[in-house]
Design a protein around this ligand. Structure first.
Ligand code: ADP
Ligand code: MG
Length: 590
């Protein structure tokens, strides 16, 4: 083929491939345009998950009649005119690509009116050639009406998921953007039903109400307000106390000069600030706003503008880390999780297996009952009454040997024929619980036990809906949860294996697993992931004192559990150190 210049419609469709991935991307671009136009009120009206219709109306400055065709042409923008402008961007848009891209893959109608104009003007674009503007009745502001997205790109249409899934993505975009501009009122409708209405929020109290609507009441209850400025940087916003952590990084909103960004440097700085106070594998929750001189950031790093480049990344990292670290350090003690097991070695009374006054963790399951159950199944061998160590007794029936003691509240020490066995008790117990749940799930279903007092949990509307929708699925997992309000769930039954755990954070984690997985078909295949999350909650935590009998019960249970050599995260659950190896350590030749 000879080289030829592509027709403009095709160029726009190629650009659309980059920025318009799904209906939610259209919503993002249109909302950003409305914010750039100075609107104080925006309404987003969706039909059929956005595949049939996406309409965004705003009361911003509007577009003059002669500029309307320009707005729909490629590389036409009112936001920058020179390289200098590009280097100090304060608007969300600047590439002049969104409207022509959207128009090239849908039937788009733009109507707009400037304050000084006598009437509004509209332009319908549903082919390669845009038609001319016609007068319309329209209040000051702009409406962009996008119908039949991807009607002319069948390959893209096929990639669209169910209406519910696409709408969930749209809702997420609207929520994210609503948090970036408190003074702007935002309304969202789906199939004519109002889904979200956020009035303008000018006071701190009103802002916190908006936050609660978007992130849930539980987040707001645990959130503290942070504000700090130094070295030309200003950070403000809300961070959740470590007691409200998540199993997924799904409640992390970070804005730079009003633009939502996902940035590795930012994530890293925040993680580090939480490092001392968050369990491994948990994710902090936050809504934070960083303000800085636009000259010191490059937003032109990515077509969808999700990433930014900081000119002085070290400075930004340190500023974020310091500010958040100090804020977390000032939290009252009840907002911190129980101390992590890095305390000095404590004397352990071998005879009783009891330690001296180790605080009980709030996250801890009382596994005594469960282990007592195991113990009944695996009667302990005769022990020497004075030391409570196993009497000289052959270990052949017990590959993992007999428990001697517990170290640092983390490890079980046992003796077998070969030498010393060291068990990570949390990892081991987690594997046992997981395999138990899996077996029960594959068999007659997970056995459930009603809670004496049903537990109410405040969640976001999205989580409540999801739970309602998946009630049967939860039942199979042994969880009976009812939706008892728009943003409230009541837990009535839990799996026997998990009775006594912190059910609230268990349910939150399972919900966030599900939200992360999205589409319903995948949920069926992700049962194991959810069971694994549940098992992690149901497992004995570090710092739990076990009696020798309980330790032995754990060892016996490990021996009969499949894959008990690794915890669910792939770490080993136990190691053997032979007498030979110990001899070598002490240079003890034979
Ligand atoms: P960009 O936002 O990068 O400039 P777009 O293609 O999104 O490019 O929009 C092109 C132009 O159309 C904008 O620069 C702006 O002048 C105008 N425009 C688009 N949407 C609106 C709106 N809601 N209100 C006012 N002007 C708008
Ligand atoms: Mg734009």
């Amino acid at each position: 083929m000879p080289i030829q210049v592509l027709p403009s419609q095709l160029i726009n469709q190629i650009a659309a491939g980059e920025v318009i991935e799904r209906p939610a991307s259209v919503v993002k671009e249109l909302l950003e345009n409305s914010l750039d136009s100075g609107a104080s009120d925006i309404e987003v009206d969706i039909e059929a998950g956005g595949s049939r219709r996406i309409r965004v109306r705003d009361n911003g400055t509007g577009i003059q009649q002669q500029d309307i065709p320009l707005a729909l042409s490629r590389h036409a923008t009112s936001k920058i005119a020179s390289l200098e402008d590009l280097e100090r961007i304060s608007s969300l848009g600047f590439r002049g690509e969104a409207l022509p891209s959207i128009a090239s893959v849908s039937r788009l109608k733009l109507s707009s009116r400037r304050p000084e104009a006598a009437s509004g003007w509209a332009l319908q674009s549903d082919g390669p050639e845009p038609s001319t503007t016609t007068p319309v009745a329209h209040p000051v502001g702009t409406t962009v009406d996008v119908r039949d997205l991807f009607y002319n790109i069948p390959a893209r249409r096929k990639f669209m998921r169910t209406e519910t899934t696409e709408f969930r993505h749209i809702e997420q975009v609207v929520r994210r953007i609503a948090l970036s501009r408190f003074p702007v009122g935002v309304k969202l409708l789906h199939n004519r039903r109002q889904v979200l209405q956020l009035p303008p929020a000018d006071t701190r109290a009103a802002q916190e109400r908006r936050l609660a609507r978007v992130c849930g009441d539980a987040f707001m209850e645990q959130a503290v307000y942070v504000e700090h400025a130094a070295a030309g940087l200003k950070l403000g916003g809300w961070v959740a106390a470590p007691t409200f952590s998540r199993s997924q990084p799904d409640l992390q909103y970070f804005y730079v000069n009003g633009r939502m960004v996902r940035d590795k440097l930012v994530t890293h700085a925040v993680r580090q600030a939480y490092a001392d106070v968050l369990y491994h594998g948990r994710h902090p929750a936050y809504v934070l706003f960083l303000e800085m001189d636009p000259v010191t950031i490059d937003v032109n790093a990515h077509p969808t503008k999700h990433e930014v480049r900081f000119r002085d990344s070290r400075l930004v990292h340190d500023f974020l880390f310091r500010t958040l670290h100090d804020a977390l350090a000032q939290l009252p003690a009840e907002n911190l999780p129980p101390p992590r097991p890095n305390r000095p070695l404590q004397a352990l009374d071998i005879r009783t297996g009891q330690g001296s006054g180790v605080p009980q963790s709030r996250f801890t399951l009382d596994i005594r009952e469960q282990l007592a159950g195991y113990a009944a199944l695996h009667p302990a061998p005769a022990t020497d009454a004075t030391t409570n160590t196993p009497a000289q007794h052959p270990h052949e029936d017990c590959p993992l040997g007999h428990a001697l003691a517990q170290l640092h509240g983390i490890y079980v020490l046992a003796q077998n024929d070969k030498g010393l066995v060291l068990v990570d008790m949390h990892a081991a117990h987690e594997r046992i619980t997981y395999e138990g749940l899996k077996a029960a799930h594959a068999g007659d279903g997970v056995r459930a036990q009603p809670l004496l007092v049903p537990l109410s949990i405040a969640v976001s509307e999205r989580e409540a809906e999801l739970c309602e929708h998946r009630q049967d699925w939860f039942n199979v997992l042994g969880l009976e949860i009812d939706r008892t309000g728009p943003e409230q769930l009541t837990v009535r039954q839990v799996p026997v294996l998990l009775y006594g755990t912190d059910i609230e954070s268990l349910v939150r984690d399972v919900l966030s697993d599900l939200l992360e997985q999205g589409d319903s078909r995948r949920v069926e295949t992700s049962v194991n992931e959810v069971l694994s999350t549940m098992a992690c909650h149901g497992s004995v935590r570090a710092n739990r004192r076990l009696t020798i009998d309980e330790m032995n019960a754990l060892l016996r249970e490990m021996e009969i559990t499949e894959r008990s050599g690794q915890c669910n995260h792939g770490r080993p659950t136990w190691v053997q150190i032979s007498v030979d190896e110990l001899d070598k350590l002490f240079l003890r030749g034979r």
